[in-house]
Design a protein around this ligand. Structure first.
Ligand SMILES: O=C(O)C(=O)[C@H](O)CO
Ligand SMILES: [Mg+2]
Length: 261
């Protein structure tokens, strides 16, 4: 069975962020992940991981000003210095938290800037980040995000991610495969996973519609998760869903045989 990581930006919405570590451990999760640790001192988070015996599976590079609409910096030609500083900040946290995977948020494409210029900026920034991550023993990831939830996000399909892998030619650049986004944009989940498995360094799950726990929507997670085993995926599977009850982690689907922790 896959190994599950609790995404603390989504699970336990009824608890303050720092209380979610204990809740995840109590539910049997061995690892956690989240969108952003930067609102808290790295020492505080490191102590929580130690206290609860949790592995830090993954987090993102700083997104920029989230409230102002930023969803990453990497494709913005005018923000290269800010992006580079964000790599330093992410690696500083990664080292303190023992985290070996970082997701690079590509950003929202500015409509007035030529697509190829944005793409060139992204590739140059990925090359910079990849070199820094390699030196730190960290895997660098990119994630396609569906256009409905995040209009304008620069990478929305695995086809585009593959093009970036080809153009960038970086051994340390990997795919974060989020089956929720993949189902909305493309479907054909098992075939796509099998075809891109050599690129995949992290998986995330939620059902659709609603982005709730497995078993609440149209994705056959019982089959999909057993296929991950059959195809030899041994990485983390991040539970990045909004619990349908509005609290806790709604992990009943694991005990019901959709999957086990
Ligand atoms: O939204 C997602 O799917 C993610 O994994 C990112 O963390 C978004 O920022
Ligand atoms: Mg995701």
């Amino acid at each position: 069975m896959p190994r599950f990581s609790a995404n603390l930006s989504f699970l336990y919405p009824d608890l303050p962020f720092l209380d979610r570590f204990a809740a995840a451990a109590a539910d049997g999760f061995a690892a956690v992940e989240y969108i952003s640790p930067y609102e808290h001192p790295k020492e505080t988070i490191a102590a929580l991981l130690r206290e609860h015996g949790l592995t830090q599976a993954l987090f993102n590079f700083p997104a920029g000003n989230w409230a102002a609409g930023d969803r990453g910096l990497a494709c913005h030609p005018a923000r290269i210095a800010e992006f580079r500083a964000s790599v330093t900040r992410a690696l500083d946290y990664a080292q303190a938290l023992g985290c070996t995977r970082l997701n690079c948020l590509a950003g929202i494409a500015a409509p007035d800037i030529d697509h190829l210029r944005l793409e060139k900026t992204l590739i140059d920034n990925l090359a910079y980040a990849s070199e820094r991550c390699t030196a730190a023993g960290v895997k660098l990831l990119i994630e396609p995000i569906n256009k409905r939830d995040m209009p304008g996000y620069f990478i929305s399909t695995t086809n585009h991610a593959e093009r970036l892998f080809e153009l960038a030619g970086l051994p340390n650049l990997h795919l974060q495969c989020d089956f929720y986004h993949l189902q909305i944009m493309q479907g054909d989940l098992v075939h796509t996973f099998a075809r891109l498995k050599h690129h995949i360094a992290h998986i995330q799950i939620a059902d659709t519609p609603g982005r709730h726990e497995p078993g609440t929507g149209e994705i056959n997670y019982r089959f999909l998760l057993s296929e991950l085993d059959r195809l030899g995926y041994d990485g983390w599977v991040g539970c990045e869903y909004h619990p349908s009850s509005g609290k806790g982690a709604d992990i009943g689907w694991m005990a019901e045989g959709v999957a086990r922790r």
